[in-house]
Unconditional design. Structure first.
Length: 347
């Protein structure tokens, strides 16, 4: 299966740079960024910091590195961070919290993926030398494993204020924070106001091929630069990648609503079809979780694959579909038809 014949819903990381982005990369003005001499990266970091309402930002190769730089900068050996039990920093970053920062995770379960002050407060450690120090609260918005759920402006403010009132620093895993802002109808800077750090990926729905930023105060980014070097993230003439990220930052947010609408379109079309289970209340951004309560998810996957429709299995009875800029209306319609045909044949 190759080319436009494939309707690929596996992830929004699969987007490819278009002609304009490739041209920007080819024409990028570059310098050695480890020496602080890449003008394109200077511009990108300044615009990203402003976009996120932070004093400074640092370009890094991946969202995982961005998150782990933040955790390493905020936590000391033996500290504890608090996060929801399906958070990316806990499940999908290769144990990096322990590996690089000698920090442990204390997790809580919450259907939405975010939690509330009342839910998190009992997890805070006492001032006791036998216990680790509760140092950091990590919020993932949107929350991938919760189905792309979106935390509201007020919900974010409540958690940030709670954290600071209890001597917790707050980091936002904002791999898809722009999706969250678009879903809320607010500027991204407003959504992450007051946080101690935030990461943001360019290589998901925004459409760049590589890269993320971590942002925060000038002092925090000073520490982050040293950490990036130690983690192997110092890059040389990286403005070639920065040019793509800069175009993604400037142009990508304006079309994310299309991805959200397409996810909802598919959900509305197939919900209520017997073997297909979809909770419409959870379809808030560009991610759609499709449950198969009476069938193996692999059965649905094989059925879709035979029709050149790709998705990801996210559990024995769940698949994930992610909507992004490289999909067409035809891809979306084929997705509806594939899910509908499977549901009718399995009824």
């Amino acid at each position: 299966m190759t080319g436009d014949s494939i309707a690929d819903f596996r992830s929004d990381t699969l987007t490819k740079p278009d002609a304009a982005m490739r041209q920007a990369m080819a024409e990028a003005e570059v310098g050695d960024d480890v020496f602080g001499e890449d003008p394109t990266i200077h511009q990108l970091e300044a615009e990203a910091a402003s976009f996120l309402g932070q004093e400074a930002a640092l370009f890094v190769p991946s969202g995982t590195m961005a998150n782990q730089i933040a955790i390493h900068g905020h936590c000391q050996s033996g500290d504890e961070l608090i996060c929801e039990e399906r958070s990316h920093v806990f499940l999908y970053e290769a144990g990096a919290v322990a590996r690089w920062s000698s920090t442990q995770c204390r997790t809580f379960g919450c259907e939405s993926g975010f939690g509330t002050p009342d839910l998190i407060k009992p997890l805070l450690r006492d001032d006791d030398p036998h216990q680790p120090i509760s140092r950091l609260l990590v919020i993932e918005n949107t929350h991938n494993m919760a189905g792309g759920r979106v935390l509201s402006l007020q919900g974010m403010a409540d958690l940030v204020n709670f954290g600071h009132a209890h001597d917790l620093l707050v980091h936002v895993d904002g791999a898809r924070i722009v999706n969250a802002a678009v879903a809320n109808g607010v500027p991204t800077a407003d959504l992450v106001g007051g946080v101690d750090s935030v990461s943001m990926c360019f290589s998901k729905g925004l459409g760049a091929p590589v890269g993320s930023v971590v942002a925060g105060s000038e002092a925090f980014i000073g520490v982050a630069k040293r950490t990036r070097k130690a983690f192997g993230g110092g890059m040389r003439q990286v403005g070639i990648l920065g040019a793509a990220a800069l175009l993604a930052l400037r142009e990508g947010p304006s079309r994310l609503a299309i991805d959200h609408a397409r996810a909802r379109q598919v959900a509305d079309a197939v919900q209520g079809l017997g073997p297909v289970g979809i909770d419409l209340d959870t379809v808030e951004s560009n991610i759609l979780m499709v449950d198969t309560p009476d069938h193996d998810a692999q059965d649905l996957m094989q059925f879709l694959n035979e029709r050149q429709i790709l998705a990801m299995v996210f559990g024995p009875k769940r698949i994930r579909m992610v909507f992004h800029r490289d999909q067409t209306d035809d891809h979306v319609q084929r997705c509806v038809e594939g899910l509908t045909d499977w549901a009718r044949q399995r009824s």
